[in-house]
Design a protein around this ligand. Sequence first.
Ligand code: CA
Length: 246
Amino acid sequence: MRWIATGITDRGLRREANEDAYRIREDAGLFLVADGMGGHAAGEVASTMAAAIVESETVRALEAGTDARPCEILRDAVEQAHRAILDHAARDPATTGMGTTLTATLLRAAQRTIHIAHVGDSRAYRLRDHDLARLTTDHTWVQQQVDDGRLTEAEARAHPLSSVLTRAVGGPIDALDVDLVDTDLADEDLLLLCTDGLSGTVDDADLRAILDRPLPLETLAAQLVEAANLRGGPDNITAVLIRVTA
Ligand code: CA
């Protein structure tokens, strides 16, 4: 089992800066997206810090030959990023309140598995046999309303509070609750990690239609960004695509 990956990030049409970050480490099987928030460019500080720390801590643990489970490696790395962002904000009042989403995946070829650590409203999707499955749950107030049957998916997407997070890395809580997902990986799976500038703008049916096209990853990534910008590009758009091959 092998994989190839590509990443793309775009400011969108309305925002003055891009506060998203992503990392691609094909060698380690590590891929992540982060969507920062906070005024005066603090969001960019938070997402960049989280991406760098989760990458370096995960790779360090893998190279050290730890016997921790892949999800535990990711969770420990996310918790380190959380503490580092809180420490940074405590030292620099201009960044108080900054935080970031973090959706990180670790692929294991020998075990044919994918492991995900997730906080916030970025998403991981898997296209298999033309079906698109969401592998993560949004940590948002509107998702809670959907789960409780008070809003539909379409109402949640259009809701003025759609971007209000219930959890964030660096968020105003000391103990961070990181969602962990372990699932299988099959030849020909196509994985998408993205920020809400994509998934909050382009619905799952339209994402599926694009991802199912038999085109190179770079072309698919460009078409995802184009689709979000055609719908107004209200937010920064970031996508990481990973195609698994035999
Ligand atoms: Ca965003």
